[in-house]
Design a protein around this ligand. Sequence first.
Ligand SMILES: Cc1cc2nc3c(=O)[nH]c(=O)nc-3n(C[C@H](O)[C@H](O)[C@H](O)COP(=O)(O)OP(=O)(O)OC[C@H]3O[C@@H](n4cnc5c(N)ncnc54)[C@H](O)[C@@H]3O)c2cc1C
Length: 297
Amino acid sequence: MAANAQGVAEAPFVWHPRSAAEAWQLKATLGAEGVFTAGGTLLRTQWESGLAAMPNHLINIGEIEELHGLELDSETGTGGFGAMLTLSDIRTSPQVNTRFPLLTEAARSIAAPSIRNLATIGGNVLSMVGDSIPALLIYDPVLHWHDGSNGLKEPLSEWLSTAPVHAAWKERLLISIELTQPTMDSNTKRFVAYHKVGRRDAFTPSVVTAALSMQLDSDTRLSDVRLALGGGQTIPHRLETAELFLNGQLANKKTITEVYALILEQYEPKGDAFVPVSYRKKAAANLIASELWKAVR
Ligand SMILES: Cc1cc2nc3c(=O)[nH]c(=O)nc-3n(C[C@H](O)[C@H](O)[C@H](O)COP(=O)(O)OP(=O)(O)OC[C@H]3O[C@@H](n4cnc5c(N)ncnc54)[C@H](O)[C@@H]3O)c2cc1C
């Protein structure tokens, strides 16, 4: 934050662009001095904890209309979620709940209502560790960016794998997140679940956040299995090896025991001083195994 001649800190200058192009241009001009601000809930905690310095310029993206859209297309089974939609908008939409129930559940589990009224889905995704991400990963998410030219589409999983090391995305404006509902084969039922496990019941950082979706036929044979894990500072991702293993298997004791062991072996969460890696692995494996049991019951 800038200081005046007396050394007193001055508040940052706040810009209010009305279009994505204008916001992007401001960022290009201001560089590291300017920061896109959505709900500001994460930024504020970063400034207050000293994790990031308050910049000289805030670019408030809340007045850009195209960032607020919610477009659900029942024919294609797709949904376009404007980056400025708040977690409350998402949690309270019956249409979202019908089509993307894991996202509703994720929005419900994040922070408290006062934060959810400000916190946006875009900000949650761009934190890289947001609790909405495991739920989004189930729906083949694609990020739509404004990059100063024709726009850029990028699968969320691809962005998550490069974002920590390539900071170029920080120059772009996230416009929306596109999701696709899984299709259903005939004679199957779909089972979905989302869990955030913390050290308390609510209003607590996540130890493990898990989302899953799978089809079962009448013999309990599994197909289209999608598993995603995150939590704490772990960057969420799909568990592709476990998915491959489960697809085509009967959901019985042997399969569940084997996938439990596979998750313990393959999942690599980040630990911290309070919750070690071994605990997070066990919690993740237990969650997936218990949901598989529930699915066949
Ligand atoms: C008390 C409290 C509890 C919380 N609990 C949880 C929790 O349980 N789970 C959880 O996941 N999070 C939690 N959070 C973190 C935070 O609230 C969420 O991650 C929130 O969704 C961030 O959204 P925001 O709109 O406030 O982002 P902001 O703080 O405005 O921005 C976050 C980052 O994203 C960038 N950004 C935002 N939108 C765009 C865009 N469209 N294009 C380009 N860059 C953009 C900003 O520049 C910034 O770097 C909590 C925060 C607080 C204060």
